[in-house]
Ligand binder design. Sequence first.
Ligand SMILES: Nc1ncnc2c1ncn2[C@@H]1O[C@H](COP(=O)(O)OP(=O)(O)OP(=O)(O)O)[C@@H](O)[C@H]1O
Length: 945
Amino acid sequence: MTEDGVKVVVRVRPMSTGERAQGSASAVTLEPTAVSLGPKTFTFDHVVAPSVGQQEVYTASAAPLLDSFFAGYNATIFAYGQTGSGKTFTMGTDFGGTEPGVIPQVMDAVFARAATLLETKMTTTVFKLSYLEILNEEIFDLLGPTTGDGLRVSDDPKKGVVVVGLSEHPVTSVDDVRSLLLRGSKQRATASTNMNDTSSRSHAICTLTMHQHPASDTEPSKLSKFHLVDLAGSERAKKTLAEGDRFKEGVHINKALLVLGKVITCLSEKRKGKAAFAPYREAKLTRLLQDSLGGNSKTVMIACVSPADVNFDETTSTLRYAEQARCIQNTAVVNRDPAESEIVYLRHQVELLKLQLQQQQPMVDLPADVQELQAELRSTKNQLEQLRQAKDQWKALAQSHVNDPEAVSRAVAAEMHNMENIDGVIAEKEVIMNALQSKATTDSIEVRLQTLQAQYASQVAACAHLTPSRQKTKLAVATAAEQEVKRLQRLHAQGLLKITSLEQELASLKQIKAQLQRQLAQEAKDHQKDKREADLKLLQLARRDQKQAAELKKLEQTFEKQTHLLKRKNEQLARVQSTKRPRPAGPRAGPPPRDLVHDALDVALTIRGAQAALQTEFDRRKALATELSEASGPERARLASALDAKNRDIRKLQQRLELVQKQHRGAAKLCVGDIERCHGVIRALYEAAVAATAASDERRSLEAQLVAAETQLVVQASAENAAAVASGVSASRERELQAQVDALKSQLAAKRQKKKAAGSGEVDIDADADGWSPPEADDDAADSDYTDGPPRKKAKVVAADCCACNGKCAKGCACRAHGGECGARCSCSAAKCTNRTAHAEIESGVQDILDEILAAPTVTTPTPVAVVVDKENAVPAKLVMAPASAEFAKKSATKPSGLPVKRRGLHEVSANKKIPTMRRLYDGNTSYATLQSRLQSLSSPPSVP
Ligand SMILES: Nc1ncnc2c1ncn2[C@@H]1O[C@H](COP(=O)(O)OP(=O)(O)OP(=O)(O)O)[C@@H](O)[C@H]1O
């Protein structure tokens, strides 16, 4: 078992053509093991620069994993990063290409090493390959049938997390792998987005499983897995311009990557000693990578990033996660093949029995019953030999049927059956030994010896009565008999010796058996003990739980009581405070809540403004880069230096923004302190919200007025233009028309002025130069608790003339009912409403002009204009000539009048898009103050010809 951190290699790709076209500058500074981005420096195991090729990436990332893989450890390598950052390029399934990625290089190296192992150590290796993708949170087999539902993930107690039904294909060479991966890659979902022409829409996991079978029976077999993962990239819909299915895929991709980020953060915090639960189960991706992140695997992460400053935020986020991933601690173990472990055990048993058999080989010629025993032993030996052969057969079968689990399990069952027979054989052997022992001690040899001795004695006695010649013959016979006796005695001694050795053997077997039984009994005892202890612990834990639950309940009750008490006290305090008004100003801890809120909003608005400004800078730089690509000579040099300056500005702005964002984490610090202060903050926020809503209403209304005025004036100017161009209109008439427009303008200005003077109750949102100034609360009592800070202005009374009409103001109009006119706070359309003096006047004025023009003898094609409007007076400030579009010219040519139907509403004119270009003065990013000043600066006299 080894404890290992996740290794992180960062790969920075070269600037893409698109990024170059935008004039992007590099935002990263690279060192061999660090990347600096803005004010922050991130540290890694290895950093690969853009100029570096695929070979070095492989050497730095995957090559070290090969040793672990062959040592029996699981290995994982995965590429992580934003869309288009080069993950698929780095992992690469392009086997035949000029720049093979990590996967082809790993496969080449694995098969080369396997061949060497076979040659040098006679170790055989069996490989299987699987390839899957996670698309929209569903798992699909890229090497299985193309149709079908997603696969299920399940937890196997022995194998861990497995994908049920995922096909595994035996592979014997790199060619096999290549054809399978090419097939799978074709099936993998890719699509074109704004950020990448071939964007991967799914996470892909390719797994190579290796079984190693060493030649030596004593060495265990190993089973290890190599996961090669190409993740889909995180993406922003705003940048990828993804819609429909692409958008949906993007949402799933981002969700899975978010969970991956959470898991990485949790695991890195665990390393720092914080208790954190990694949410592996929240996404299929993290479930499948569970072992690779914090589990049984040696893991390398390749973080792919773009160097361009337009991707500053995404690169920062990738590097932040990658740095955290370095803190993840994995615990890898050598994986033994479970079937092979069984075989090793059986092999040892066979060896033991073989040894025993060898010890039982006969040393001398034994009598028939001893030979009988010998024969028995031989048959046992044969049985053992058969077992050994069966085992070899099983091994061969296992190798040839790696894909037929049923055949393997049948063979294992048969083998197990054979092994059970061994016990029976030992028992039989024991019975024979016993029988032989009793036989050998009681009958044959001793009885025969005694008989022979008796015969010998009687023969000697008989010899005494015989003649010398007969005596001689008898003596020879007696000598032979004596020799025979001696031989038999020798045999007897040898038999006894053999029996003793067999007895010893038997005794040792019995001893081993007894020892095993004792061991088993001890283990059973230990198990019982452990179980008892575990039960006890469980019981204790349950008791502790109960105790804690009771304590918790008690605490909750106490807390509830205290909350009640606090509430009561607060109420009392509020009553006391409401009686003593105004409260004397005294020293307070920290700035007043309203200032806090003001400051926080100020910072937030500044950040948003800066982000918008950054985007504008990007757009300007893009335009500059386009100009630069088309320019030549000194102009080119000028543009190049302007581009450099722009890049510097952008870099500075990005760094400053990053710093500000880091220092100000929104409203987090607002509600710190006592409860009274929190109330103050909430009140200030409420006031700010009211002020902002009022400002937004005002702005909307103003916008509507601007649009209406623009439209009217476009029509008016078009008409004037047409009339001017027409030969029938005299210069004096032109001046007259101009005078009419001026008159209308001054009428509207006067109207506006009148309204203001009457105190129409609009909230003053421009008091602050920064564009934000919270109005004071109009309820004096509400502010009674807070007397610090200078006294503030009171908000003006809200306008009374306010109708809720939709479009035109008809009879039911509230303003009309009260005898008043509609104004800025009314929800009716400024262009359609007939209850407004300005409207009526402009309408009639414009109508007069139109009538005048239509009365002219010939009207040529009008030139469309864009109009700039004075916001204050809602009258035209400037008319800018714009070239007529082809469409407009065509339509005008078919209609001699050159104008839409005479009495059609002004809104219809714009809705029909007769005016091709309309410059809008206001957009969401423009602050109110900026809008004001822009309008002010543009309110010069009309420049209509
Ligand atoms: N190191 C590199 N050298 C040259 N070209 C690269 C490099 N890295 C990426 N590219 C190119 O950048 C483009 C995008 O790369 P790629 O498709 O690998 O990105 P990705 O991170 O896999 O994107 P997605 O997440 O959208 O699938 C490709 O055209 C690729 O050829």
